[in-house]
Ligand binder design. Structure first.
Ligand code: ATP
Ligand code: MG
Length: 411
């Protein structure tokens, strides 16, 4: 038997309702805040991710599904994240000239070759939003945080924690990174091999390390939060005051650097107490300069990515949000003539917008009633020879078990 690839999963009809509910809630919220949907391909030139996400990140160094195209002229990669493709589309279609296309959102699959576990898959669904702008006003960041916290609270998710940080910019980060590098070097023998390599190539990445033995050493390292330049410090202070004005409770976490290289200034994560080890539901930050990095126009950017599996796992009574797709009418036919009539009646009811189910494999009334019950049909319409002759149907309400004969037109 051929099985689904490790780290992937099927969503079956019984469980798809919650996905529809979450997706429609997301779209509604995004539209309230003026975002428009963008749909980009699921594969891109490998170079796009190498140049934007960064070579030393976990994503690019070990998680991407990369392959040569058949003619081997080009290296392609299944997208591991959504910001780089959105930026690519923004630049390619010169969206900076279209005022209404600067707030963009997406919902779709991402691919990362990670060790599968609860809340971590090789194909997962992410929804994200990006605000692209000529201004880096921290009110943009606060508005996005407001949108997210409102959305998550609206879905009934308890125990949320908002962690924020500033990772500095071109002015203050270089000196800090140098300091960090020398502090890492002086502790190299107590750090894992990955940390030592990152310490040389991209020291900030050391804060992403998940090896338990490295954690006490990492705790000794200097943080950027105390070494921000005036511009970054004022930006961060304003951001925090905007959050407070909105009653958004947050914690400043100086070690929050996030797993992608393109971030500058504000970074953030929202975690859920209902998840285990993989507790980050949303992660994001500011990425001024990413557009220029990809040969685009000068642009300031702020956005996030949210894992929808983790989002759904953290909703306490997720099933109750699912829309009702159960049949409104189950038509049970007795005999061939009644069955033929039933198929036409089903068409009429469906044309009127009713959900109707018909058993093509019917043996007895009993078996049809059992199926109707299993499907959770609201009513069963019974048609036999008698009803056929008189143009009536027997209508059974499945919750009260009451039955009455009515004219077919009445139905
Ligand atoms: P983590 O530290 O959990 O690996 P990350 O820093 O790699 O997360 P991002 O790249 O910021 O995560 O992705 C944004 C969000 O997408 C995450 O917060 C998470 O909810 C979700 N996500 C990321 N990778 C996976 C995965 N392999 N399976 C399921 N969800 C994921
Ligand atoms: Mg990761």
């Amino acid at each position: 038997m051929i099985q689904a690839i490790r780290g992937t999963y099927d969503v079956l009809p019984a469980d798809v309702g919650i996905w529809h509910a979450v997706e429609s809630r997301l779209r509604q919220t995004f539209h309230l805040y003026g975002f428009g949907e963008v749909r980009t391909p699921i594969f891109e030139a490998t170079e796009l991710f190498v140049r934007s996400v960064g070579e030393e990140t976990d994503i690019v160094s070990k998680e991407m599904y990369t392959f040569a195209d058949r003619d081997e002229s080009k290296s392609l990669t299944l997208r591991p994240e959504g910001t780089a493709p959105v930026m690519r589309a923004y630049i390619e279609h010169q969206l900076q000239n279209e005022a209404r296309m600067l707030k963009l959102y997406y919902i779709g699959p991402m691919f990362r070759r990670e060790r599968p576990q609860k809340g971590r898959y090789r194909q997962h669904i992410q929804s994200g939003a990006e605000v692209l702008s000529s201004t880096d006003n921290p009110a943009i960041e606060a508005e996005v945080m407001e949108m997210l916290t409102t959305l998550l609270a609206g879905l009934g998710i308890p125990d949320l924690e908002v962690n924020i940080n500033s990772v500095g910019d071109r002015e203050c980060r270089p000196a800090y990174v140098q300091l960090l590098q020398s502090e890492i070097r002086s502790r190299a023998e107590r750090l894992c091999e990955d940390c030592r390599r990152r310490g040389e190539k991209n020291p900030l990445r050391v804060f992403d390390c998940k090896v338990p033995a490295c954690q006490p050493v990492i705790a000794e390292l200097p943080t950027i939060t105390d070494r921000l330049c005036d511009g970054c410090r004022i930006h961060f202070e304003k951001f925090k005051s905007y959050l407070s004005q909105r009653n958004i409770v947050f914690r400043v976490n100086p070690k929050l650097v996030r797993g992608l290289d393109y971030y500058t200034r504000t970074t953030f994560e929202i975690t859920s107490g209902r998840l285990g080890a993989q507790n980050t539901v949303v992660g994001g930050g500011r990425y001024d300069g990413l557009s220029e990095e990809l040969d685009g126009p000068p642009t300031k950017g702020f956005g996030f990515g949210m894992g929808l599996e983790r989002l759904i796992l953290s909703i306490p009574d997720a099933g109750s949000l699912a829309p009702d797709y159960r049949p409104e009418y189950f038509i049970a036919a007795l005999g061939e003539a009644a069955f033929d009539h039933a198929t036409l009646l089903a068409r009429k009811l469906r044309n009127l917008g009713r959900r109707v189910y018909l058993d093509f494999d019917a043996r007895s009334l009993k078996s049809q009633m059992r199926l109707a019950d299993k499907l959770g049909a609201r009513s069963v319409v019974i048609i036999g020879d008698e009803e056929l002759k008189s143009g009536t149907v027997l209508l059974r309400d499945m919750s009260t078990k009451e039955q009455r004969t009515i004219k077919e037109e009445e139905l």
